[in-house]
Design a protein around this ligand. Structure first.
Ligand code: HEC
Length: 141
């Protein structure tokens, strides 16, 4: 009797646990950046720097866009990382009679192509609202 009750309790516990992992997994879903108390990891900081060197001139400070090129913190709410990579590596043109806006191809630009994950991570952190505007603080380690 005692054993059966224990078994029932144990299987209830297992059922309970079995129901948990999906929720946990959603929470722990790997983010492409790390931000803690406004401090970022090495990769995210590197993304910030690379963005400043290669993208800011068109997309504006902090990815916030300009009259020439779109706000990337908005773009990354609907673009997948694959679509992001594709655009950055191959470039894109939007040519109409009234405008000719060119997104250059960075496939041959090592400083961008090699660190595209870091740039994506930085912009995703901005897009998710995990990181504010301006130069981020680096984590100590
Ligand atoms: C010379 C100016 C210029 C530079 C430099 C530039 N971009 Fe762009 N980018 C554009 C323009 C213009 C568009 C919009 C093209 C279009 O409408 O088809 C664009 C579009 C994009 C898009 C697609 C946005 C969307 O909503 O679909 C992404 C992603 C992007 N750029 C990322 C970057 C990154 C990352 C860098 C730096 C490595 C960068 N760009 C550098 C001008 C630039």
């Amino acid at each position: 009797m005692k054993i059966r009750m224990l078994t029932a309790a144990t299987s209830a516990l297992f059922l309970g646990l079995a129901a948990l992992p999906p929720a946990l997994r959603a929470d722990e879903e790997e983010k492409p950046y790390k931000v803690e108390n406004g401090h970022v990891d090495k990769e995210t900081f590197n993304g910030y720097r690379r963005y400043g060197n290669s993208c800011l001139q068109c997309h504006g400070p902090d990815g916030a866009g300009s009259s020439y090129a779109p706000n990337l913190t908005e773009s990354l709410k609907h673009l997948t990382q694959e679509q992001f990579n594709e655009t950055v590596i191959n470039g894109r043109q939007n040519v109409t009679q009234s405008q000719q806006n060119v997104m250059p191809s960075f496939g041959n630009v090592e400083d961008v192509a090699m660190y595209i994950n870091d740039i994506y991570g930085y912009l995703k952190a901005r897009s998710d609202g995990a990181l504010g505007r301006g130069r981020p603080q680096r984590m100590d380690n």
